[in-house]
Design a protein around this ligand. Sequence first.
Ligand SMILES: [Zn+2]
Length: 238
Amino acid sequence: MTLGYAANVGMALARSAGVGLSATAVIAAKLARGEGPGFGDWVAVLQELGGKKAQSVREATKADELCDFAEESRVAIARLRQRRNDEAHGRPVDRHDMADACASALADVELLLARSQFLADMPLILAGSTTWDALAQSGSCEIRRLAGDHPVVPRERLAVSRSDIENGSLYVQDSGGELHLLRPFVIAGDCPRCRALSTFHVDRVSNGVATLKSFEHGHLDEVPHFLPALSAVGLLPV
Ligand SMILES: [Zn+2]
């Protein structure tokens, strides 16, 4: 869940920065085939963000924490991916090496979780309606800050210097205060199954309908009229 969330926020920031990721194109090809993205895809996004493309994303957004996370986690993520591939391809860990292998994998996971703490501190904002003064070129947006699993989120007003903030969409706020649209990579909504306000990523596309999956519980939600947004960000071939 942590890596999936980090990867989806990363894809949104890369798009905001005008940086194309080949990992996004791989996910698009999978969705077009009716398959869903998985662990390997999230890892690929983070590997790419931690590599040569990090600099362009850093320059265009003040989201250094995410790029730092991707860069510092490259080795741990690569090891976990290798282990997963080995298991998937019938190369299991030898019984005698199991304790060491488990300890190593656990250490990698703990490292990632510790480093991904920044995600909890990176403000995730659910935007409401914006009041805009066109002459002063300033306004304020009614927002809710989503944090952890807290179900009751108070509303507050945020001063904004742009009028194109989408009512009902999620944004991350970078350390410079700039808002970056997360749609359609991460969407907020009331989960049809558990009714909790949840965050979703696209999991499948079939017969023109997108199925979203919640990061919190893995619950699914079918959403019509979602495909144009996926195409617009390169998550579906046009
Ligand atoms: Zn749910």
